[in-house]
Design a protein around this ligand. Structure first.
Ligand SMILES: Cc1cc2nc3c(=O)[nH]c(=O)nc-3n(C[C@H](O)[C@H](O)[C@H](O)COP(=O)(O)O)c2cc1C
Length: 174
């Protein structure tokens, strides 16, 4: 691997997606990879990185607006490096093949800009006690359960997969 670090950049509202970014970062660091974990707003120069892992929470069946904007703004630089996306969503609290397809559909706007090497789909967390009554009602109607549904084994496994894919890219001359 080159001297440049791997970027793990996230967009979050309540921290769930940041903690997944940090877990992915810790996994890479254990393999002695150079890695920087940052909120998307704090990233400026994409040319500094050898690869980018970009993750966002989902609201209203989309990545957060700042995450879509990040890919739009940096699309040229992102096309030059291996890019990975991950999605954090409550649709996946009850994981079925149909729900996975549904969540993949949330990524259509960013995949139209930059196609990733691989995608991680993760269940998130919801504390309805912290939300307004209107939003609570909306989420209840959607059938999203309360609680922390994150599967840390799945996060670790995907981090390992990303690492292996990066190693393969490196061996094929990247
Ligand atoms: C207002 C609101 C809207 C949401 N909309 C969706 C949605 O459309 N689909 C989905 O799968 N999850 C949805 N979620 C669940 C979040 O994606 C989930 O709680 C996630 O873990 C939040 O991540 P964060 O803590 O990084 O912000 C919604 C959550 C909130 C609070």
């Amino acid at each position: 691997m080159t001297d440049k670090p791997i970027l793990i950049a996230y967009a979050t509202r309540t921290g769930t997606t940041r903690e997944i970014a940090e877990a992915l970062g810790a996994g890479m660091a254990r393999r002695r990879a150079q890695v920087e974990v940052k909120r998307m707003e704090d990233v400026d120069d994409l040319g500094r990185y050898v690869a980018a892992i970009l993750g966002s929470a989902v609201r209203e069946e989309m990545w957060l607006p700042e995450a879509i904007e990040f890919v739009r703004r940096h699309q040229e630089e992102l096309r030059k490096i291996p890019v990975f996306y991950y999605v954090v969503s409550m649709t996946l609290a009850n994981d079925t093949p149909q729900r996975a397809q549904e969540v993949l559909g949330y990524l259509r706007p960013v995949r139209a800009l930059v196609e990733p090497v691989d995608i991680g789909l993760f269940a998130g967390a919801l504390d309805k006690g912290k939300l307004s009554p209107v939003i609570r009602l909306m989420l209840t109607k959607k059938g999203f359960p309360e609680g922390d549904w994150r599967d840390w084994d799945a996060v670790r496994a995907w981090g390992e997969r990303v690492w292996q894919l990066l190693r393969q890219e490196e061996m094929s001359g990247f």
